[in-house]
Design a protein around this ligand. Structure first.
Ligand SMILES: [Fe+2]
Ligand SMILES: [Fe+2]
Length: 383
């Protein structure tokens, strides 16, 4: 075992293209230390309340899948076909001359890098979720929530496992964590208020991830990636449901000042997620744009605006449901143009019929996802 301490995450790409068998590889664990004043709680009652949290815990056990067995790792996506199809909307960079002037091979290379950069943010976010879920098992005050958080911790471990395996085996490199995503994870992991971790992770990050995973699932042509995302999404829907159900009750026990504090934090997390967690490294590299040019281009493109609003249309109703759209915070969301989504349907996250059905086969997933992609594309075109 070799552990190497660093003061921050790596800044460069990491390649996994060497052919050495795993047992001969020299593995260096590169770590970064964080300190957290965790206020934990034992629970000495062990009373099993028959509530939604208990049902979610049972569901988590029932729907456990094994990434090594249940996913078809023998699938290799054709090397000359892009991973992402642009089925939902035309990616804005495709209108740029710099992109049009790339050769077919370079376009494929660009697609691999853009997809890897996005998938790596999913991977790093999943690691954050793994660490937060384990903290919540310690901190959550009620018995059912502790058991649920433990089962979520195992879900997140499997998510880290499958995203990492896909990136290492099928793409061959890792992108470093986006600095703003890292800052948000730092804040959530090191805050001493456990419910703030809970709000940041279960409602904001997981809510947005759920929408972003769904988007990529519909947009990718890779059957393995589609299936992988589908199974992860099934788990995430349960995690978000847990967050909303638990917080809906818990926030009611806080004083008005404490609620304002949480509302302000949720708003700040939304702003970072909306305007700062934007992946532009592949654009800089292939389309020769400066970081600021690439960011501005992405922020200003109409298609991205529609897409980002689509992400938030899933989070706003949940914030409203748990009581974090307070009178003083509402004008700030109004300014971002997000308040109009507070009454948008968020049924997927709390649709029991949807989250309790048995896991689907790969063929079923592809068929349903094609139908769903058509419906979403129509919706986005109308917007
Ligand atoms: Fe996850
Ligand atoms: Fe999760």
């Amino acid at each position: 075992m070799e552990i190497v301490k660093r003061n921050g995450p790596p800044e460069d790409l990491i390649y996994f293209d060497d052919e050495l068998p795993l047992e001969e590889k020299h593995v260096e664990d590169v770590i970064e230390i964080f300190n957290t004043p965790l206020t934990g709680a034992y629970n000495w009652d062990y009373t099993v309340a028959e509530n939604r949290i208990k049902r979610l815990y049972e569901l988590g056990k029932e729907l456990n899948w094994n990434g090594s067995i249940d996913l078809d790792w023998s699938y290799n996506h054709p090397k000359d076909k892009p991973l992402v199809g642009g089925e939902l909307f035309e990616p804005p960079h495709e209108q740029l001359d710099a992109w049009k002037n790339l050769s077919d091979e370079e376009k494929i290379e660009f697609d691999r890098h853009e997809t890897a950069e996005l998938l790596c943010q999913f991977l790093h976010g999943e690691q954050g979720a793994l660490l937060v879920a384990s903290q919540i098992a310690s901190c959550a005050p009620t018995y059912n929530a502790k058991l649920y958080a433990a089962s979520q911790t195992f879900d997140e471990a499997r998510h880290v496992e499958v995203f990492n395996r896909y990136l290492q085996e099928k793409i061959g490199f890792h992108y470093p964590v986006n600095a703003n995503l890292k800052a948000l994870l730092d804040k959530i992991l090191t805050d001493e208020r456990w419910d703030l971790k809970f709000i940041g992770m279960q409602v904001i990050i997981e809510g947005l991830a759920l929408a972003a995973f769904t988007n990529l699932k519909l947009d990718t042509n890779c059957v393995l990636l589609k299936q992988l995302l589908h199974y992860v999404i099934r788990d995430e829907a349960r995690h978000v449901t847990f967050g909303i159900n638990y917080l809906e009750e818990y926030i009611k026990t806080l004083s008005p000042e404490e609620v304002e504090d949480r509302a302000q934090f949720a708003y700040e997390a939304c702003v970072i997620s909306r305007d700062r967690i934007i992946n532009t490294t592949a654009m800089q590299k292939f389309l020769k744009m400066s970081p600021e040019e690439a960011r501005q281009f992405t922020l200003e493109s109409g298609a991205m605006e529609t897409f980002r609003n689509f992400l938030f249309s899933r989070v706003m109703p949940n914030l409203s449901k748990i009581g974090l759209l307070t009178d003083s915070i509402r004008p700030k969301y109004e300014e971002l143009g997000l308040l109009e989504y507070e009454n948008a349907p968020s049924d997927f996250e709390i649709d029991w019929a949807e989250i309790t059905k048995p896991l689907e086969s790969s063929e079923q997933i592809v068929k349903e996802s094609n139908e769903q992609a058509k419906a979403v594309a129509e919706m986005l075109n109308q917007a």
